[in-house]
Design a protein around this ligand. Structure first.
Ligand code: ZN
Length: 327
């Protein structure tokens, strides 16, 4: 399901209709706004004999079903979860083995009238070797071949790859559009506003909150806890939270995300008051830096969360104190 992004959808449908697709696109923009879902929708429109519009319900044909389940032989998905030959348990990136396998599979001509599509989700996670091997595929794509690269960070995808793909930017989805979706799902007003606050423009979080109430409860609990820690400058609770979220990478990312948003709000408020702006921006950058370390290395998550919470507590504090260690 895709919510919002009408301009991008209209553009993609137009070029598909006219047969004017480029051989590669880079969808970039915030996480959880539907970029990957849209890449799969494009695959369905190209593969299904009866589906012409992005977002239409599928006709239940084998192509639609296999794409939905990520098992279509002509639509290869690569990311941290989806692998071809590498073992996902032991890798932190998309390794060269998978790109070699992709290349081997794409060396066969596509079935009559069909496409070969590769969706590289989290394209920034291609290892350096994999990115270079992938570049060769991009340079000689072959007929009826489409590469859809998806990334939340435009700058961390190899520039030589970026330069060979048509970029398409995605933004957060407005509350008005998300509210409409929640109304259609018959969500009560209180719950609606709560989901909107949690999603903060990320449609994927709104959809998941509706589909999986336990996800919503878990996320909301962390958010409320962080709000309370920041407003009460409650360091013992901060350390207890760290202890808990450090065991679960998804929770850790959620907590980091709330801290970032809280700091952003705080910075905006500060700009309005024009006080200590640079110090706060510095702290926000520091949390972003730590988050990227968590993503790309085996740093101790508990230490990382401690540092992030302290950065946030210091930023939200009127009495600035020096916090002495860096990751
Ligand atoms: Zn179909």
């Amino acid at each position: 399901m895709i919510i919002g992004h009408e301009r991008q959808i209209e553009y993609l449908e137009k070029i598909i209709r006219r047969g004017r697709m480029s051989h590669a696109y880079l969808f970039f923009g915030p996480e959880h706004v539907g970029k990957f879902a849209l890449a799969k929708e494009i695959a369905r429109v190209l593969m299904c004999p009866n589906k012409n519009k992005i977002g239409d319900a599928g006709d239940g044909c084998a192509d639609c079903r296999q794409i939905e389940q990520d098992i279509h032989p002509g639509v290869i998905i690569l990311d941290i979860e989806h692998t071809l030959v590498s073992k996902k348990e032991i890798r932190k990136d998309i390794p060269i083995e998978d790109i070699r396998e992709l290349k081997r599979r794409f060396s066969f001509a596509p079935e009559q009238g069909k496409w070969r599509i590769a969706i590289i989700n989290e394209a920034e996670k291609l290892s350096a070797e994999a990115a270079n091997a992938f570049l060769k595929l991009l340079e000689e794509p072959g007929a009826r071949t489409l590469f859809l690269l998806v990334s939340s960070t435009y700058d961390s995808v190899l520039p030589t790859i970026v330069s060979r793909a048509e970029p398409l930017r995605f933004s957060l989805v407005s509350d008005a559009i998300l509210r409409e979706f929640l109304e259609q799902k018959k969500i009560s007003q209180d719950q609606r506003e709560s989901i909107l606050k949690l999603a903060a423009g990320r449609s994927g979080i709104a959809i998941r909150s509706v589909e999986d109430p336990s996800y919503f409860i878990k996320q909301k609990k962390i958010r409320d806890e962080i709000e309370s820690i920041l407003s009460c400058k409650d360091i013992p609770s901060a350390l207890a939270l760290t202890e808990r979220v450090a065991k679960d990478k998804e929770m850790l990312k959620t907590a980091a995300d709330f801290l970032i948003r809280s700091l952003r709000d705080n910075i905006i408020a500060t700009i309005l008051e024009s006080k200590t702006y640079h110090t706060k921006v510095g702290r926000l950058k520091e949390i972003h830096r730590i988050l990227s370390i968590i993503e790309s290395t085996n740093v101790n998550p508990r230490l990382a969360m401690d540092v992030m919470l302290m950065e946030a507590l210091t930023t939200n504090s009127t009495n600035s104190f020096v916090y002495g260690f860096r990751l």
